[in-house]
Design a protein around this ligand. Sequence first.
Ligand code: SF4
Length: 262
Amino acid sequence: MNRGVGKAIHDYDMISNGDRIAVGLSGGQDSLTLLWLLRERLRRIPVHYELVPIYIDPGFEPGFGAQLKDYCSQWGLELRLEETRHGILAHSTENRENPCFLCSHLRRKRLFEIADEQGCRKLALGHNKDDLIETLFLNICYAGEICTMVPSQTFFQGKFTVIRPLAYVDETVIRKFAKENRFPVFDNPCPTSKTSKRKEIKEMLGQLYQGNSNVKGNIFRALSHVRTDYLLKDHSKRRKGSGNRHESIQSRESGHDAPSAL
Ligand code: SF4
Protein backbone atom coordinates (compact mmCIF):
# COMPACT_ATOMS: atom_id res chain seq x y z
CA MET A 1 0.00 0.00 0.00
CA ASN A 2 2.87 2.38 0.79
CA ARG A 3 4.10 1.95 -2.78
CA GLY A 4 0.71 2.88 -4.23
CA VAL A 5 0.42 5.91 -1.97
CA GLY A 6 3.97 7.01 -2.69
CA LYS A 7 3.41 6.68 -6.43
CA ALA A 8 0.19 8.71 -6.35
CA ILE A 9 1.86 11.42 -4.24
CA HIS A 10 4.78 11.50 -6.65
CA ASP A 11 2.76 11.32 -9.90
CA TYR A 12 0.56 14.22 -8.87
CA ASP A 13 3.13 16.17 -6.84
CA MET A 14 0.66 16.14 -3.95
CA ILE A 15 2.76 17.15 -0.94
CA SER A 16 5.50 19.75 -0.48
CA ASN A 17 7.73 20.65 2.41
CA GLY A 18 5.93 22.91 4.90
CA ASP A 19 2.41 21.95 3.83
CA ARG A 20 -0.33 22.07 6.41
CA ILE A 21 -2.77 19.39 5.29
CA ALA A 22 -6.36 19.03 6.44
CA VAL A 23 -7.44 15.38 6.43
CA GLY A 24 -11.17 14.85 6.00
CA LEU A 25 -12.23 11.99 8.27
CA SER A 26 -15.48 10.10 7.84
CA GLY A 27 -15.13 7.46 10.53
CA GLY A 28 -14.57 4.97 7.72
CA GLN A 29 -11.51 2.83 7.36
CA ASP A 30 -10.29 4.62 4.23
CA SER A 31 -9.83 8.00 5.85
CA LEU A 32 -8.38 6.52 9.05
CA THR A 33 -5.92 4.53 6.94
CA LEU A 34 -5.03 7.69 5.05
CA LEU A 35 -4.40 9.62 8.25
CA TRP A 36 -2.28 6.79 9.64
CA LEU A 37 -0.22 6.52 6.44
CA LEU A 38 0.40 10.26 6.12
CA ARG A 39 1.48 10.42 9.74
CA GLU A 40 3.71 7.36 9.46
CA ARG A 41 5.25 8.67 6.24
CA LEU A 42 6.57 11.72 8.08
CA ARG A 43 9.04 9.45 9.87
CA ARG A 44 10.45 8.01 6.66
CA ILE A 45 10.82 10.93 4.29
CA PRO A 46 12.79 14.17 4.44
CA VAL A 47 9.68 16.27 3.80
CA HIS A 48 7.94 17.90 6.72
CA TYR A 49 4.22 18.64 6.77
CA GLU A 50 1.52 19.06 9.40
CA LEU A 51 -1.74 17.13 9.61
CA VAL A 52 -5.08 18.55 10.78
CA PRO A 53 -7.81 15.88 10.97
CA ILE A 54 -11.34 17.22 10.57
CA TYR A 55 -14.66 15.44 11.00
CA ILE A 56 -17.98 16.99 9.98
CA ASP A 57 -20.66 15.08 11.89
CA PRO A 58 -23.89 14.92 9.81
CA GLY A 59 -26.00 14.84 13.01
CA PHE A 60 -27.42 11.29 13.17
CA GLU A 61 -27.67 9.38 16.44
CA PRO A 62 -25.73 7.64 17.74
CA GLY A 63 -22.78 9.70 16.58
CA PHE A 64 -19.19 8.70 17.10
CA GLY A 65 -17.35 12.04 16.99
CA ALA A 66 -16.12 11.72 20.57
CA GLN A 67 -14.66 8.25 19.94
CA LEU A 68 -13.01 9.50 16.77
CA LYS A 69 -11.52 12.39 18.71
CA ASP A 70 -10.13 9.98 21.33
CA TYR A 71 -8.70 7.79 18.61
CA CYS A 72 -6.91 10.71 16.93
CA SER A 73 -5.47 11.84 20.25
CA GLN A 74 -3.92 8.37 20.66
CA TRP A 75 -2.03 9.17 17.46
CA GLY A 76 -0.96 12.54 18.86
CA LEU A 77 -3.36 14.47 16.64
CA GLU A 78 -6.16 16.80 17.67
CA LEU A 79 -9.39 16.23 15.76
CA ARG A 80 -11.33 19.33 14.73
CA LEU A 81 -14.86 18.02 15.30
CA GLU A 82 -17.80 19.94 13.85
CA GLU A 83 -21.33 18.98 14.88
CA THR A 84 -23.90 19.74 12.17
CA ARG A 85 -27.44 18.75 11.20
CA HIS A 86 -26.67 18.55 7.50
CA GLY A 87 -27.65 14.88 7.23
CA ILE A 88 -30.96 15.50 9.04
CA LEU A 89 -31.73 18.51 6.85
CA ALA A 90 -30.94 16.48 3.74
CA HIS A 91 -33.59 13.93 4.77
CA SER A 92 -36.24 16.55 5.64
CA THR A 93 -39.14 17.64 3.43
CA GLU A 94 -37.22 20.89 2.81
CA ASN A 95 -34.93 18.96 0.52
CA ARG A 96 -36.26 17.71 -2.81
CA GLU A 97 -32.93 16.40 -4.08
CA ASN A 98 -31.08 13.19 -3.36
CA PRO A 99 -30.20 13.37 0.39
CA CYS A 100 -26.57 12.53 -0.31
CA PHE A 101 -26.25 15.34 -2.81
CA LEU A 102 -27.27 18.05 -0.33
CA CYS A 103 -25.62 16.44 2.69
CA SER A 104 -22.26 15.95 1.01
CA HIS A 105 -22.43 19.42 -0.56
CA LEU A 106 -23.04 21.11 2.81
CA ARG A 107 -20.42 19.07 4.62
CA ARG A 108 -17.85 19.61 1.88
CA LYS A 109 -18.47 23.36 2.08
CA ARG A 110 -17.94 23.32 5.85
CA LEU A 111 -14.85 21.19 5.47
CA PHE A 112 -13.28 23.75 3.14
CA GLU A 113 -14.20 26.56 5.54
CA ILE A 114 -12.62 24.81 8.53
CA ALA A 115 -9.53 23.87 6.52
CA ASP A 116 -9.22 27.55 5.65
CA GLU A 117 -9.65 28.62 9.28
CA GLN A 118 -6.95 26.14 10.23
CA GLY A 119 -4.52 27.59 7.70
CA CYS A 120 -4.54 24.51 5.46
CA ARG A 121 -4.21 24.90 1.70
CA LYS A 122 -4.41 21.19 1.02
CA LEU A 123 -7.22 18.84 1.86
CA ALA A 124 -6.54 15.09 1.81
CA LEU A 125 -9.47 12.74 1.26
CA GLY A 126 -9.57 8.96 1.60
CA HIS A 127 -11.00 8.01 -1.79
CA ASN A 128 -9.50 4.85 -3.20
CA LYS A 129 -9.27 3.15 -6.58
CA ASP A 130 -12.72 1.55 -6.21
CA ASP A 131 -14.27 4.92 -5.40
CA LEU A 132 -12.83 6.44 -8.57
CA ILE A 133 -14.22 3.61 -10.69
CA GLU A 134 -17.64 3.71 -9.00
CA THR A 135 -17.82 7.47 -9.49
CA LEU A 136 -17.08 7.05 -13.19
CA PHE A 137 -20.07 4.70 -13.54
CA LEU A 138 -22.29 6.87 -11.34
CA ASN A 139 -21.57 9.84 -13.58
CA ILE A 140 -22.19 7.86 -16.76
CA CYS A 141 -25.44 6.35 -15.45
CA TYR A 142 -26.92 9.26 -13.51
CA ALA A 143 -25.27 12.43 -14.83
CA GLY A 144 -24.71 11.50 -18.49
CA GLU A 145 -21.03 12.40 -18.29
CA ILE A 146 -17.75 10.54 -18.48
CA CYS A 147 -15.71 11.80 -15.54
CA THR A 148 -14.60 10.85 -12.07
CA MET A 149 -12.79 12.21 -9.02
CA VAL A 150 -9.16 12.91 -9.82
CA PRO A 151 -6.15 12.31 -7.53
CA SER A 152 -5.34 16.01 -7.30
CA GLN A 153 -7.58 18.94 -8.09
CA THR A 154 -7.46 22.66 -7.36
CA PHE A 155 -10.45 24.69 -6.21
CA PHE A 156 -11.24 28.40 -5.79
CA GLN A 157 -8.70 29.63 -8.36
CA GLY A 158 -6.00 27.47 -6.88
CA LYS A 159 -6.56 28.50 -3.25
CA PHE A 160 -7.12 24.86 -2.23
CA THR A 161 -5.89 21.60 -3.58
CA VAL A 162 -7.78 18.40 -2.85
CA ILE A 163 -5.49 15.40 -2.85
CA ARG A 164 -6.40 11.71 -2.84
CA PRO A 165 -3.26 9.76 -1.94
CA LEU A 166 -5.18 6.43 -1.87
CA ALA A 167 -6.31 6.85 -5.48
CA TYR A 168 -4.18 3.92 -6.69
CA VAL A 169 -5.00 1.62 -3.78
CA ASP A 170 -7.60 -1.14 -3.91
CA GLU A 171 -10.35 -1.08 -1.32
CA THR A 172 -9.59 -4.70 -0.38
CA VAL A 173 -5.99 -3.78 0.48
CA ILE A 174 -7.23 -0.97 2.73
CA ARG A 175 -9.75 -3.26 4.46
CA LYS A 176 -7.03 -5.81 5.17
CA PHE A 177 -4.66 -3.13 6.46
CA ALA A 178 -7.34 -1.61 8.70
CA LYS A 179 -8.21 -5.02 10.11
CA GLU A 180 -4.60 -5.93 10.80
CA ASN A 181 -4.11 -2.62 12.58
CA ARG A 182 -7.40 -2.97 14.47
CA PHE A 183 -8.79 0.35 13.35
CA PRO A 184 -12.21 0.96 14.90
CA VAL A 185 -15.31 0.24 12.82
CA PHE A 186 -18.01 2.87 13.23
CA ASP A 187 -21.44 2.02 11.91
CA ASN A 188 -23.05 4.69 9.77
CA PRO A 189 -26.39 5.59 11.41
CA CYS A 190 -27.63 7.47 8.30
CA PRO A 191 -30.79 5.83 6.85
CA THR A 192 -29.57 6.35 3.27
CA SER A 193 -26.23 4.69 3.78
CA LYS A 194 -27.52 1.21 2.94
CA THR A 195 -29.53 2.12 -0.12
CA SER A 196 -27.50 4.52 -2.21
CA LYS A 197 -26.94 4.43 -5.96
CA ARG A 198 -23.26 3.97 -5.22
CA LYS A 199 -24.07 0.73 -3.47
CA GLU A 200 -25.97 -0.50 -6.55
CA ILE A 201 -23.03 0.39 -8.79
CA LYS A 202 -20.64 -1.31 -6.38
CA GLU A 203 -22.68 -4.51 -6.52
CA MET A 204 -22.85 -4.41 -10.32
CA LEU A 205 -19.09 -3.92 -10.56
CA GLY A 206 -18.53 -6.69 -8.01
CA GLN A 207 -20.28 -9.12 -10.36
CA LEU A 208 -18.11 -8.01 -13.29
CA TYR A 209 -14.95 -8.41 -11.21
CA GLN A 210 -15.99 -11.92 -10.20
CA GLY A 211 -16.39 -12.91 -13.85
CA ASN A 212 -12.94 -11.71 -14.92
CA SER A 213 -10.13 -10.63 -12.63
CA ASN A 214 -8.75 -8.21 -15.24
CA VAL A 215 -11.85 -6.06 -15.36
CA LYS A 216 -11.06 -3.71 -12.49
CA GLY A 217 -7.52 -3.04 -13.70
CA ASN A 218 -8.76 -2.47 -17.25
CA ILE A 219 -11.42 0.01 -16.15
CA PHE A 220 -8.88 1.88 -14.04
CA ARG A 221 -6.38 1.98 -16.92
CA ALA A 222 -9.12 3.21 -19.24
CA LEU A 223 -9.42 6.32 -17.06
CA SER A 224 -6.06 7.48 -18.36
CA HIS A 225 -6.42 6.07 -21.90
CA VAL A 226 -9.32 8.04 -23.30
CA ARG A 227 -9.59 7.99 -27.09
CA THR A 228 -11.67 11.09 -27.58
CA ASP A 229 -11.63 10.64 -31.38
CA TYR A 230 -13.85 7.62 -30.81
CA LEU A 231 -16.44 9.41 -28.72
CA LEU A 232 -19.40 11.45 -29.91
CA LYS A 233 -19.64 15.19 -30.41
CA ASP A 234 -21.82 17.09 -27.94
CA HIS A 235 -24.76 18.51 -29.91
CA SER A 236 -26.97 19.05 -26.87
CA LYS A 237 -28.11 22.43 -25.61
CA ARG A 238 -27.15 21.54 -22.05
CA ARG A 239 -24.80 24.08 -20.52
CA LYS A 240 -22.51 23.63 -17.58
CA GLY A 241 -23.50 25.42 -14.40
CA SER A 242 -27.12 25.67 -15.47
CA GLY A 243 -28.27 24.13 -12.22
CA ASN A 244 -28.99 20.81 -13.90
CA ARG A 245 -29.95 18.34 -11.20
CA HIS A 246 -27.84 15.67 -12.88
CA GLU A 247 -24.68 17.44 -11.85
CA SER A 248 -21.68 15.16 -12.01
CA ILE A 249 -20.40 13.56 -8.86
CA GLN A 250 -17.00 14.72 -7.78
CA SER A 251 -17.12 13.25 -4.34
CA ARG A 252 -18.23 10.07 -2.74
CA GLU A 253 -21.89 10.56 -1.91
CA SER A 254 -22.35 7.56 0.32
CA GLY A 255 -22.30 3.82 0.49
CA HIS A 256 -19.21 3.53 2.55
CA ASP A 257 -18.31 0.58 4.60
CA ALA A 258 -18.64 3.04 7.43
CA PRO A 259 -19.93 6.57 7.83
CA SER A 260 -19.80 8.61 4.73
CA ALA A 261 -17.09 11.02 3.84
CA LEU A 262 -17.02 13.78 1.35
S1 SF4 B 1 -25.20 8.42 3.23
FE1 SF4 B 1 -23.63 9.92 3.87
S2 SF4 B 1 -23.72 11.59 2.35
FE2 SF4 B 1 -25.61 10.36 2.14
S3 SF4 B 1 -27.07 11.45 3.42
FE3 SF4 B 1 -26.17 9.84 4.67
S4 SF4 B 1 -24.46 10.82 5.77
FE4 SF4 B 1 -25.05 12.16 4.07
